[in-house]
Each structure stands twice: as C-alpha cells, then as structure tokens.
Design a protein. Sequence first.
Length: 211
Amino acid sequence: MSNILHDLYDSLYHHFGPQHWWPADSPFEVAIGAILTQNTNWTNAENAIHKLKQADILDPVALHRTHPKKLASLIRPAGYFNIKAKRIKHFMRFFMQTYGGEISRMKKEPLPAIREKLLSVHGIGPETADSIILYALEKPVFVIDAYTKRVLARHTILDHNEPYETYQELFHSSLKKNVPVFNEYHALFVRLAKEYCRTTPDCGQCPINGM
C-alpha cells in the first residue's frame, strides 16, 4: 500500500505541481477558515474571511469580543452562518482561555494533546481539528475530507463507508509523517476531485486513470 500511495502522490504532483495551500495571511486566519469552510466550498469561506477583514475583526481579541449576531451577519457568505458563528465563538473562548489567543503557545502542545483538546470544542470535528493542526500549527496529521474518500474509494483502495480514522491510519502507516508532504498531498486530492474526480467523473482525462 505504501508504494501505491507514493506512486499516487508522484503522479498527482507531476500533473498539477505545488498547490500552495492553505492560502491565508496568518495561522490564526487558517484556524478560522477551517471552521468557515465546513459544508461549503473555499470560495464562500474566503468571501466570509474577506468580510471579517473589512470589519477589522480578524484577530483573536476582536473576534472574541464580537457579538455572535454581528459575527453571523459578517460570515453569511459561508452559509450556515448562525451555526458557524456559534462554533467560532466556542473556538475563540477555548483559544483565549487556554492559550491567551496566541498560536505560538498552542503550537507548543504535543500533537495528541492538542487534537484531543480541539475535538472537545463544540462544533469542531476530526476534519476541522486536523486542518487546524496541519495547516495552522504545522504538525504532521493527514486531513481526510470527502474528496480524499471519493478518490480512494473509486480506485478501490478503501471502501467509501470506512470511518475517518481508517482512512487517516492508511496514510499515517504508509507514509513518513511529514508536514509539507501531508499538506501537498491533501491539496492535490482536492484539485483532482474538483477537476476530474467530480460527482460525474471525467475518468478518460484523469491523470491517475489506470493506476
């Protein structure tokens, strides 16, 4: 399986090149973006982030102090804005109380400990927690999303109904735990799924067709 995953990565990287993901001005912005992108596409989340920047509240202290209703109105482009406003507020309470609003303090936590703490925050599931850990805290955990599952299931590597943990363990047990590689690999899966491995797939043009 290790050889298959290495070959898959090499093929995707050769075809698409580096993805420069996650696009953000700061690790804190990455963390907020990980919540905003739940159940929507990145363009919508990005629009919501732009609204927060326009309102000059995309920093820990300001966002922590912002009323949930005002926050919800600003992040409306991301969809489910009332729910996401509550989730951001839950995260901010945790972030401020536990780390004083400082990503640098958060990064000092061992990976298992910070993952457990993030998963205890209301509204943060495995994908969101792992996105924060990988992209904002730069710790080696592989992010599993619907795109990754779709690609691997269609190539009969794993059944689509297997749980998040089974998919993640496949990568953790087959690849060296390397932040840049995990970052790039996940981004390449997203690119592949958006361009070729769509709901109605374009298998004939797919760069990994036949693997």
